[in-house]
Write a protein that binds this ligand. Structure first.
Ligand code: SF4
Length: 323
């Protein structure tokens, strides 16, 4: 890989829960437990997994919305986890986030133009006529009309609101955008438009994306590589088509077989649904977290954590059977 824009090393987030009784010990949720990956300029890494697997927590730690318990997040050679609040503020333009619900992240009392222009104003990049010009250019680039600049967020459709938040994210010329379920609240036809817009913007600006989503079809469309998380750990990381055509980790196989596959050649493929419920991250199973649900589990899986290793075909997976 070319020099990565983003490098995440051994990232962890542990939350301490209240004791349940006077004699009870402290309980810890290992929401993210040693996650590592890198993303190059112009690359999209999809991050998938069941609800509660820790994927959104990874995104929030990269953005410094929450502080990690351990690990590093290096953007263009700078570990953002070590930056003071003041230095982080200066660094913030390089890192932007797009949320699932743009309505919640857009100030309802500000006009669309003020929302998109705010980062430029706050960081002292432009004001007055230049600010208006830049905002108009951003509106045009994301497919919004000039007459919509005076409207308020509640006067936009869901797809238009997401375009608005993309325009705001682009304003300061970011290097990395963390997109957390950016299209899951939109109609399918609108989803495709927003995904295409994100792909075009990536080509134009060489943006790196971390695309967090539970919808595997969307992830497949936009991602160059995909990382699969299970209970706080990455279990497989592979080029997108390798992962979707031939998943190697038993959990990835189960995750993919649980969704309808549009590829006709794979329609008859055997479904290998994971057995049982997703265990609680408060008390994850020892060894391989997936062992109680894995049809291939052996004794070693119950006690020994499988490391994420690079396999002969270049992908990485964490499974004793693939060592
Ligand atoms: S390490 Fe064992 S339990 Fe875990 S996925 Fe591999 S075979 Fe299954």
């Amino acid at each position: 890989m070319a020099t990565p824009v983003l490098e995440v090393r051994d990232l962890a987030k542990h939350f301490n829960l209240a004791r349940e009784g006077l004699s009870a010990g402290r309980r810890t949720v290992r929401a993210v437990d040693g996650v590592s990956f890198a993303i190059a300029a112009g690359e999209t890494l999809g991050l998938v997994g069941e609800s509660g697997c820790g994927k959104s927590t990874v995104g929030r730690m990269i953005m410094r919305l929450i502080d990690p318990s351990a690990g590093t997040v290096t953007l263009d050679g700078t570990d953002v986890t070590k930056l003071s609040r003041a230095r982080m503020r200066a660094f913030r333009p390089r890192l932007q986030m797009i949320f699932q619900d743009p309505y919640a992240s857009l100030n309802p009392r500000m006009t669309a133009a003020a929302i998109v222009g705010e980062p430029l104003l706050v960081h002292g990049v432009a004001r007055g006529a230049e600010l208006r010009e830049r905002v108009a250019a951003l509106f045009a680039r994301v497919g919004l009309r000039p007459d919509q600049m005076a409207l308020y967020p509640n006067q936009f459709s869901g797809g238009q609101r997401q375009r608005l938040s993309i325009a705001r994210a682009l304003a300061l010329g970011p290097r990395l955008i963390v997109a957390d379920e950016p299209v899951s609240a939109l109609d399918v036809s609108i989803q495709a438009q927003v995904v295409n817009l994100l792909a075009d913007l990536q080509d134009e600006h060489g943006l790196a994306y971390l695309f967090i989503a539970h919808d595997l079809a969307v992830v497949r469309t936009i991602s160059h590589r995909v990382a699969v998380m299970y209970l706080g750990r990455i279990v497989e990381l592979a080029p997108t088509e390798d992962l979707f055509n031939a998943p190697r980790h038993p959990y990835t196989q189960a995750l993919l077989s649980a969704v309808p596959v549009p590829d006709p050649s794979r329609r008859g493929a055997k479904r290998v649904l994971p057995q049982g419920e997703l265990p609680s991250p408060i008390a994850p199973p020892p060894g391989c977290h997936f062992h109680p649900r894995c049809p291939h589990a052996v004794e070693r899986c119950r006690s020994e954590v499988p490391a994420l290793r690079t396999l002969a075909d270049g992908r990485a997976a964490a499974c004793h059977l693939l060592d």
